[in-house]
Write a protein that binds this ligand. Sequence first.
Ligand code: 6PG
Length: 258
Amino acid sequence: MKAMMHIFRNHRKAAVFLVNMWHEKAAEKIRAKGRFTVALSGGKTPEALYDLLGKDRENPAWKGTHIFLVDERFVPHDHPDSNYRMVREHLMEPLGWKIGSMHCVQTEAVSAETAAEKYADDLYSFFGSRPDFPEFDMIMLGIGKDGHTASLFPGSPALDERHRLAVAVHEGRISHKRITLSLPVINHAGEIIFFVIGKDKAPILRTITAQGAYLPASRVCPEKGRLSYILDQEAAAELDPEAFQGRMTLHFHHYTET
Ligand code: 6PG
């Protein structure tokens, strides 16, 4: 599997490229099967992307688009740290909620474990894939400075989950319990995208793309889908192409443009 690495002059150019990728994939999947399924990550990086997507309210593909969350903090939906709240404010409300469906993690459940079970049931019910893993058309991921992705943190037992679709995560280093898609579900997707911006991510990007790396983000490896990194030049600044050994194709997008 050869990953594509798209490197842009700045955050906005990377986000604009990603919006186009999204619309192309959505149109392709809606033509082919009448729907487009996508799982979104939280964090700060994707906010500008969701804002751009939210501006395209008239796109006919939205009514066939079904949005899920890659992970969630076990907090109320109106909590400042809620991923659902972030997606609602930056994408769903600008779109007037005019999409196929939005699937959230029921963080009002009695425990993070119960919320994970309910989310898995919702996934099975929507995709009708039981006992197989659901196949998302697109999964949007970020990468933390420690190499985590979704809510899969280095050394976490959640990384070894092979059967459940979603699991609860209790990590001392994070302020809230989390619910996250498991690695098999992520790797079962048709299109996996790492959207990583900024110079503070340059060191970890070098580490996770090195040969033999075993951090959570390095373990994202689609079974049959496509893996793309959408980066700005700051995040890509410390990459070592020698270490890719033919595993990545780099595409530098028009640095000369102002
Ligand atoms: C979350 C995300 C998480 C995020 C990374 C990067 O719920 O926080 O799913 O995996 O993508 O931590 O976050 P930033 O984009 O804020 O750097």
